[in-house]
Design a protein around this ligand. Structure first.
Ligand SMILES: Nc1ncnc2c1ncn2[C@@H]1O[C@H](COP(=O)(O)OP(=O)(O)OP(=O)(O)O)[C@@H](O)[C@H]1O
Length: 255
């Protein structure tokens, strides 16, 4: 398997603070990779660098071996890196289906026309239902987005992200802000994406049980640096990780 995404010496400095410090990171095609680390370790900043929201002070990002460091975030999305917050809004007054349909349409670059060809419309609708099924929101297709529970909104956002059909998905704490009852549903959605086997997923999460359940490999960030990278078992057994991080994690989060 080749590396689909790689960073070399990736660094960003805010004032005197190195939020991401010379990170050499690799993820293989179709791999499920998680990034863990205590609060302030640099995980979200690292995602912002990958997706193009931030420009590095030093280092580079390679997508399939090609340097994309200078590309805008929208170009990176077109080249295959999808990140949830790039769908800035779930439209509250549209239904669940309409929200997904708009995302599918934008991906298919279909513009509304006076004579909208029926076969294309059907394709959009089929794809939208397929995505709703994948995130277990079929039964909510006709509900207004504003009436969804928080966990359901996150599922909708994931469906809209999936509509972009990017090869790589960057998921930044998809369970953030969820009630305990909502977590298993989102976990099942992510499992479903993994089961499909079509994408490379990079997940930031604090919930260790979720990390262990889903990941092929785990990268640990600590104070902006890459502390370790390996299989979930290797990471759990790694003494440096345990000392530097896992103790703190179990104290600080509902792992
Ligand atoms: N735009 C910015 N300007 C200045 N400092 C920043 C900026 N963005 C992030 N930082 C700092 O960089 C460090 C890394 O933050 P980041 O949000 O990436 O951590 P994190 O690992 O995602 O944490 P959490 O688990 O709490 O989300 C923190 O010390 C943060 O205060």
């Amino acid at each position: 398997m080749t590396n689909i995404l790689e960073t070399k010496q990736l660094t960003i400095q805010f004032g005197g603070h190195l939020a991401v410090n010379e990170v050499d990171f690799k993820v293989k095609e179709k791999e499920f990779k998680s990034i863990i680390g205590p609060n302030g370790a640099g995980k979200t900043t690292f995602f912002n660098l990958l997706s193009g929201q931030l420009t590095p002070t030093k280092g580079c990002i390679l997508l399939k071996g090609i340097d994309i460091t200078a590309l805008s975030s929208s170009l990176r999305t077109r080249k295959g890196i999808g990140r949830s917050f790039q769908i800035t809004n779930v439209f509250p007054n549209l239904t669940v289906l309409e929200n997904v349909r708009l995302a599918v349409q934008s991906q298919m670059a279909i513009r509304y026309q006076m004579l909208f060809p029926f076969n294309k419309y059907k394709k959009v609708l089929d794809k939208s239902y397929e995505l709703l099924k994948l995130v277990f929101l079929e039964e909510k297709a006709n509900s207004l987005a504003k009436n969804l529970a928080h966990g359901e909104k996150r599922k909708l956002e994931i469906a809209m992200l999936l509509a972009l059909e990017t090869e790589i998905l960057l998921l930044d704490e998809p369970t953030a802000g969820m009630s305990l009852e909502e977590v298993p549903a989102i976990l099942e959605v992510i499992r479903n994406i993994k089961r499909e086997g079509k994408r490379t997923v990079i997940l930031i999460e604090h919930k260790m049980d979720m990390i262990l359940d889903l990941s092929d490999s785990v990268t640990v960030l600590f104070n902006g640096t890459l502390l370790a990278d390996g299989t979930p078992k290797e990471i759990m057994d790694n003494e440096t990780v345990q000392t530097a991080y896992l103790g703190g994690l179990h104290n600080g989060h509902n792992a």
